[in-house]
Structures are given as C-alpha cells and as structure tokens.
Design a protein around this ligand. Structure first.
Ligand SMILES: [Mn+2]
Length: 448
C-alpha cells in the first residue's frame, strides 16, 4: 500500500498550470433560465391569443451529438427527446410535455426533465407533464384558445440549412414517388388538422424569425466567445499548413481548438480547399495533398451553445502569396472591408453597394464584378432567418465576397461574421489575420 502520494503542493501547482493554459477558453457561457422565460413572454405578447404549439425533435441523429430543433430550443432551452411545448397567452402558462421513459431508456439516454422532482423550478415551466396527456390538455383548454393554434407551418431550419434550403431539399427528395412521404413537420400539421378540424392553424415562423434575427445580450456574449474560438481555430489551421500536408490535417488543427473551447463541433462541414479545390464553393472532402504555390481556402465556424459562426480565410501554402494571388486577394479584401465600413443600423443593401463602389473607385481598383451588399444572417443556423432590407442593432451577418479563377486554380474568399452595434458593426472574428502582410508574418513564424 502506498501512502502519502497526494501532495497538496503538487496539486495546487497543477491547478495553477491548468488555469493558465485553459485561459480564455475555459469559461462557460450558455443561457440563464430567465432568458428562455423572457423569449416565451415576448412571443406570447405578440401572438396575443390562441395557443402556441412547438415540437422538439424525437430522435437523435446517428453519428453526431444531438442538437435540438432550433425554434423549439429558442423558447425552451430543453434538449430532451420527444418534447412538446405549449404556450397559452391568455393564462401566460408555458407547459412542457415529455415522454414517460422506460427504465432502459433512462439508462441509455439519461433521465429527462419529467423525472426530475426539481424540474419545474430548474426550468421555469409552469408545468411539466407526460406527453401522453397532451391531447387531453389541449381538448380540456380548447375554449381558451379562441379557435387558433400558432404552429410552425414554414419549413424548419437546422444548424446549416436555412428554412428555404430545407424546403428546397424536401422538394428535391420528392422527385421520386418512392421518397415523397411527408416530412415529420408536415405530418404533425396533418395530425393537428385531423384532430382539431375546428381550429385554424397560423404560421408562427415569421414572428420567431423577427425575434431570432435580433440577438439578445446573452446570445451576443456567446457569439463573441464563438468568434474568438473560431478565429483562433483558423489561425491554428494557418499555422498547420505546409506543402505536403493534407487538407484534413489543416481541418484537424481547427477542430482541436473548437472542441477544447467547449463547442459541440463545427457549425458545418469544414471546407479546406487547396489549389483547384479553392474554386469549389462547398468543397468539404478535404483529402488532397497541399502543394507549394497553392492557396488554401478555409471556411470554418464552431457551433457553440446553439449559435454558429462563419469565417473564411485564404492563405498561401508556402507562406508567401505570388504577385498574381496578391492582386486578386487585394480586390476581395478591399470589397470586404468596404462592406464592413458600411454596416450600421439603418443601412440598406444599396447603401452598402454604393459605398463599395465609391471606395473601389477612389482606390483605383477594378472590383471585377464584386458589388457588396448584405451577406447572410448568422445565429442558431449558419444561414440564419431572413433579416429584411434594413440593418438593426443586434443583427449578426456574415460578409463573404469571393473571386474564383478555376483556370488558374485560384479561389479567394474572405469572410467575417459581424454584429451590428448602435453606431456601426463589431467584427466578431477579427482575431484571425486577413491583411496580406499579417498572414505572411504569421506563417513565417511556423515551426518546422
Ligand atoms: Mn458564409
């Protein structure tokens, strides 16, 4: 038997060391219980009557971490399987329905909130009931609902597909009659209509989108941290690049940073395209060997606390851009920076286009067809809910101008995610270099 192996001094030294190396990335963000209560209250204020019924996902996908349906998560913060949320504006009640788990389910998946005697207090729901009681609950309260259910009639979005993309995929899937079954969301609508033919169903998605487009202070805190983690990931990917390395080694360097930072993973399949692959917009095979003279285009972002990030950088494999690469790079960079200058509350896509055109003219640069305008929203989805035609404080955008010359194996894309502030915008992903000399300087310092 060994005694006295535990040294309090060594233990203390270990703690200090761990605290030092984990630094910034060891903080937790996440959301308070009150955040979800505020969101539910705001939605109830807007729908005013009826009942809102939102469905969570009932099955976990194979091979990846479970990530709850975006709209359901936004109002519940709940990640249990098979959950349903009912909001009743007239009583201000928020009721969560969850499956009654078998002992085996509990062992395999862990217990859900229904099993937790403190569940209501912890979560802030008015009641938590077994999902088998849902129809009786709705039937019992139907007279309070004023003949109306507010449900999601628009397609869902996911981590990396916008609502419109989900709709498009569904259309594509249905080309063959062997695959044209209803989506689970459409099936739920059919079931509600079947069971409650007297009720009118209204689409709650436009109200949800208007809320999701403007980020709350808690969301902004998460996105700031995600910007830092994702930027550091791309910086490490630059440092891991050398002729002879495979694209997947560059990806691995970035993934290591985001996983250590507490992210669930990447917000979309990481794109690492070298040489000819830099011209394929959504290339994600990442299997080619990087050659000297190539550029490496990486499009990457983490999924942290249900919020995405979106960065693209393009850098020279050897550490130095060629003159031809520099010339194209400079045009894309100037357009991107001019867009960022024009992003402020009240700005329209035309304002951004006009500013870009005047900057390029003043600098004597041919924009080669690049115009500038609004990029895409970023939030619970990488291609987040539609944001309308005018910028507002609290919106988050990705700006991603690009030029592609497949005949030269040269694609340049530069992308940052920005938060619209009171007076302009804050670049959340600024910690990864994008100026030519900054990139070359960073890469000159790579270890051998
Ligand atoms: Mn993007």
């Amino acid at each position: 038997m060994t005694r006295n192996r535990f040294s309090p001094w060594r233990f203390a030294a270990c703690l200090v060391f761990l605290a030092a190396v984990s630094g910034l990335f060891a903080q937790r963000t996440g959301y308070s219980r009150e955040e979800f209560a505020r969101r539910r209250a705001a939605l109830m204020d807007q729908v005013k009557d009826g009942a809102v019924v939102l469905f969570g996902d009932a099955v976990a996908p194979a091979g990846s971490h479970f990530r709850q349906d975006n709209d359901f998560f936004y109002f519940s913060g709940n990640e249990d399987l098979g959950a349903i949320l009912v909001l009743v504006p007239s009583t201000r009640a928020a009721t969560l329905f969850l499956p009654q788990q078998t002992a085996r389910e509990e062992m395999v998946d862990g217990p859900n909130l229904l099993k937790d005697p403190e569940g209501k207090t912890k979560s802030g729901f008015t009641d938590i009931f077994a999902v088998g009681y849902l129809d009786e609950f709705l039937a019992r309260n139907l007279s309070r609902f004023g003949g109306r259910f507010h449900v999601r009639l628009s397609p869902r979005d996911s981590l990396d597909n916008a609502r419109s993309e989900t709709g498009l995929m569904d259309g594509r899937r249905s080309r063959s009659h062997y695959n044209d079954q209803l989506s689970v969301d459409n099936y739920r609508i059919v079931k509600l209509k079947e069971r409650y033919p007297q009720m009118e169903l209204r689409d709650v998605a436009p109200l949800i989108d208007a809320m999701r487009a403007v980020k709350t202070p808690e969301e902004i805190a998460v996105m700031r941290r995600n910007g830092k983690i994702s930027a550091e990931a791309v910086r490490q990917a630059m440092l891991a690049t050398r002729p002879g390395a495979f694209e997947y080694e560059v990806e691995a360097a970035a993934m290591s940073v985001v996983l250590k930072g507490g992210a669930k993973g990447a917000a979309y399949a990481p794109i690492v395209g070298s040489g000819p692959n830099s011209c394929i917009w959504h290339y994600d095979e990442n299997s080619r060997r990087v050659e000297a003279g190539d550029v490496v285009l990486m499009d990457f972002g983490a999924d942290l606390d249900h919020l995405a990030m979106d960065i693209t950088r393009t850098w020279p494999a050897s550490g130095r851009f060629t003159e031809e690469q520099k010339e194209v790079y400079r045009i894309v960079l100037e357009v991107q920076k001019a867009c960022i200058e024009a992003y402020k509350p009240g700005a329209t896509p035309k304002d951004v286009r006009d500013h870009v055109a005047s900057v390029m003219k003043a600098k004597g640069l041919d924009p080669r067809g690049l115009e500038g305008g609004f990029g895409h929203g970023v939030g619970l989805c990488v291609h987040d809910v539609p944001l309308g035609g005018v910028l507002k404080e609290g919106m988050v955008f990705a700006i991603e101008p690009a030029l592609y010359y497949p005949e030269k194996n040269l694609g340049i894309r530069i992308e940052d995610t920005v938060l619209i502030t009171r007076t302009g915008c804050e670049v959340l992903t600024k910690d990864v270099p994008k100026e030519i000399d900054e990139i070359e300087k960073l890469m000159a310092g790579r270890g051998k």
